[in-house]
Design a protein around this ligand. Structure first.
Ligand code: SF4
Length: 478
């Protein structure tokens, strides 16, 4: 019975019932400061905070004082009046030795306690059900989805819904993650890469997407601001030097095509061949994409966002068509399910991933929504790490060989464990923040990403060319 369990736990050591054991050294320490009356001593004891907001039990304290006196660590003399509260207590020479030993013992125990606490917290963080408890029927279903994806088939919507319906902290989700990791081994050779984004400009945007800090109506970003060309190129080169495989120039809708082309061409001259240049900019037509290609862009980021048409003023059909325009222009497509919030249904997530995979995205995955203060999503609950990892695992399992790169952002170790092999570092103008970020967003560096990959067993590649995906065939002109 749950009620009975609460009662039992109230008197269990886990409730902290044993903490008053530390009363003895605290009494000795108080008396080492000065001899005091029993009553004043108990008041001082209450002030130490050892008993929280409650007063210590007087009778129990006097009993302990009597016992301590019997043991020779205290002595007392009668003050004015009767009873233990009027006696004046003082610590003896033996009591001082006892106090010293308590201090040494507790100092020694502190390290042990911290280790125990670290261990308990780590278990609570990662104490998820094991994949071994996943029912055989679900295992067989997931194996089938995997086989179909590896054979080059597009995932079925109903299969994605079933995968997304698992509770994120369940044995089924754990098995999904384990299987997705095996797909990462098979299609990406257990290799992981870094996507480094430089936000070029920051400006109040009239499109007012509800999740974006740049939306003019939210007043988070008040003035337009651009990074100097030297700073943008400097950040791009630094990321390339540190090991980024993709360097992304990200601009707002308003940033002109000619300027972006010129910037890209300069970056291309400076960056090593192994680095692929990516443009993440406003929606573009075929001719604009051609111009960017000539300037050195090889990948375009575009997405049919979750809540498109509801949280944004864009037409979902046009956004979807733009994905195909990118592929038809011969450009590699990067497209994530984003920005993921707790309210997004399995159906919305499946549709977003399907839009990316059916348009032939070679880089897919998931990005969580960051509920920036000042935007309409301020104060909303954010999606859990487990759910983010689950969506990444679904993308990995369903992406097959056509999509060797699965990205998760922000970085979540569980998602990397479950098959995500692309992490993001970003700087400059960041729409997931209050505008400009001079250093690394959330302090997450290339080195942090590399460590996360290595911990999950991936080899870290500095090149986007040693493992190009082939994308999925899709109807020309779709
Ligand atoms: S997401 Fe893009 S289009 Fe929407 S408000 Fe932000 S900058 Fe403007």
């Amino acid at each position: 019975m749950p009620g009975e369990e609460v009662d039992i736990l109230d008197s269990c050591a886990c409730s902290g019932a044993n903490l008053p054991r530390f009363v003895q050294p605290v009494l000795l320490a108080l008396l080492a400061q000065e001899p005091v009356h029993g009553y004043a001593l108990v008041r001082k004891l209450a002030d130490t905070g050892l008993f929280g907001p409650q007063m210590p039990d007087m009778t129990g304290c006097y009993r302990m004082l009597r016992d301590m006196e019997k043991n020779g660590v205290l002595e007392s003399v009668s003050g004015r009046g009767e009873g233990p509260s009027r006696r004046i207590y003082a610590v003896t020479e033996r009591g001082m030795r006892c106090l010293n030993r308590w201090t040494e013992t507790l100092a020694r125990s502190r390290g042990h306690l911290e280790s125990v606490l670290d261990f308990l917290q780590a278990v609570q963080r990662t104490g998820r059900p094991s994949w071994e408890a996943c029912p055989l029927k679900e295992r067989a279903f997931m194996e089938e989805v995997r086989a179909r994806a590896l054979a080059g088939e597009l995932p079925r919507r109903e299969d994605m819904l079933r995968l997304l319906s698992y509770a994120p902290r369940s044995a089924e989700a754990a098995f999904l993650g384990r299987l997705a990791r095996s797909v990462a081994r098979e299609v990406a050779g257990d290799t992981a890469r870094l996507w480094a984004a430089v936000g070029v400009d920051c400006a109040p945007c009239p499109m007012n997407c509800a999740f974006c800090a740049f939306g003019r109506a939210w007043g988070v970003v008040k003035e337009a601001h651009e990074w100097a060309t030297g700073d943008i190129l400097g950040a791009a080169c630094r990321y390339a030097f540190e090991g980024a495989a993709w360097v992304v120039l990200r601009t707002t809708e308003q940033y002109g095509l000619e300027r972006l082309s010129a910037l890209t061409a300069k970056a291309r001259e400076l960056l090593p061949e192994r680095c692929v240049l990516v443009a993440n900019t406003g929606q573009k037509g075929a001719r604009d994409i051609e111009a960017l290609k000539k300037a050195g862009v090889e990948v375009m980021y575009h997405a049919l966002r979750l809540g498109e048409g509801r949280d944004t003023p864009f037409d979902p059909g046009e956004r979807r068509a733009a994905l195909n325009t990118i592929r038809n222009a011969g450009m590699t497509l990067a497209c994530l399910a984003e920005p993921l919030g707790v309210e997004h249904t399995d159906g919305e997530i499946a549709d977003s991933l399907l839009a990316a995979l059916s348009a032939g995205a070679e880089i897919c995955g998931v990005m969580a929504r960051i509920n920036v203060p000042g935007t309409p999503f301020e104060g909303r609950e954010e999606v859990s790490e487990e759910r983010l990892a689950q969506v990444a695992a679904v993308a990995r399992l369903c992406g097959g060989t056509a999509t060797p790169h699965i990205c998760v952002h922000p970085p979540v170790p569980l998602a990397v464990e479950w098959g995500a092999n692309v992490l993001v570092v970003e700087t400059g103008a960041v729409p997931r923040d209050a505008g400009e970020v001079p250093g690394e967003w959330k302090g997450f560096s290339v080195e942090d990403a590399r460590k996360m990959f290595v911990q999950a067993g991936y080899a870290f590649s500095r090149s986007a060319r040693d493992m190009a995906g082939r994308g999925r065939e899709h109807p020309a002109g779709a």
